[in-house]
Ligand binder design. Sequence first.
Ligand code: UD1
Ligand code: CA
Length: 459
Amino acid sequence: MTNRYAVVLAAGQGTRMKSKLYKVLHPVCGKPMVQHVVDQLNTLDLKELITVVGFGAEKVQDQLGEDSHYVIQEEQLGTGHAVLQADDILADREGTTVVVCGDTPLLTGETLQKLIDHHDAEKAKATILTAHAEDPTGYGRVIRGGNGQVERIVEQKDASEEEQAIQEINTGTYCFDNAMLFEALKNVSNDNVQGEYYLPDVIEILKGRGETISAYQTPEFSESLGVNDRVALSKAEKLMKRRINEQHMRNGVTLVDPDQTYIGPDVEIGQDVVIYPGSVLEGTTFIENDAVIGPHTTITNCHVGAETTVKQSAAADSRIGARVQIGPFAHIRPQSNLGDDVKVGNFVEVKKAAFGNGSKASHLSYIGDAEVGSGVNIGCGTITVNYDGKNKHLTTIEDDAFIGCNSNLIAPVKVGKGAYVAAGSTINEDVPSEALSIARSRQTNKEGYATKMKSIKKD
Ligand code: UD1
Ligand code: CA
């Protein structure tokens, strides 16, 4: 097999986005556009992947990390000039180079593979990925000769009225014979309306030399959507959302209303999971079989166990066991680890806390920086007093302890195994195992006092 390389164009400023965020870093379904592109390219067997960066170079490099090599395009003189920046690394190599724009987030690895297969089968020196667009405005148009052969691409701004009527567009994705690409790029001029060095001009140059030029037309126009402004960004979001949601539904997940369900590209969901509207599943989240999520629930980077229910709640960077009941209106903050059969009920906030199997905090509590054993019952209104204004301290509640309602546990503190804390207690010393701790003032009843008060006449 010939060596394969890829160049991702990501140096443009993205003026039309009118944003301080660099264009290719705008997220689609939670993942930056350029990351979508690189992830799809990485499904191909590549020897080298190079991203051309310019504006916001460091931020793009931070995002892609070691997924790519980088070359800098100091001045954005056009897509042809951008590819030429990879000259030092690629020019002398034998093989096939795929060029993709960093602003086409919907492009799939399968379509790229079909493009390469077509290129190989046709023994072409350049193959353009084209698509039929209902509204081709803004895209380069594919000009074919009388025999149907591709001759050149003309940009919207350079196109005659007749050319503008052509609906076959250049998706901005190509396959080239590597050596010929770099050789031809040196002959691209900037003699056009925008004064830019256009990559598509390579097609005309190679054609002029009698080389074989081919085009592979994908039936999926939606994949070629180029995001130049926020209207297109919202279209990309919608298309990607639908693609992701349909994939999950085909895999056996029930989305009660897919239009109102937002699932990130790296989320994994097991069979017979039911997701109610208004749910947002983000990052690297994994939901196991038969869980019920939502309505109105946000889960970010969590592992959620089988048969667990999360209603009207938010959870982030945490592990949640099987058959757990969360919400409505609970907040699971980072570094929490809930065992199986746990209950975290309404208006309970959990932060950096571990709950052993079967433990419950059913109502109105704050449990932060805590290690809670198994079989623990935390009464309504319990607060772990974890912060002294400077440092955070740990609360330990051992197995089978029972914390009465409205208790304050002033950390660092430990409640021993099987111990009881009486309701309304403020605990600032460890409670021994199996003890009952009462830490509140004694009640005094003044018999008949109320009647006496009522009998005192007002002036
Ligand atoms: C480009 C194509 C057009 C095609 C369309 C598909 C050219 C001249 N035109 O137009 O035929 O239909 O994509 O979406 O190639 N970039 C750089 N450096 C530069 C200029 C651009 O890295 O100097 C990068 C941008 O960051 C972007 C990509 O190249 O990711 C495409 O540039 P853009 O300006 O969006 O080109 P289009 O006008 O969309
Ligand atoms: Ca574009």
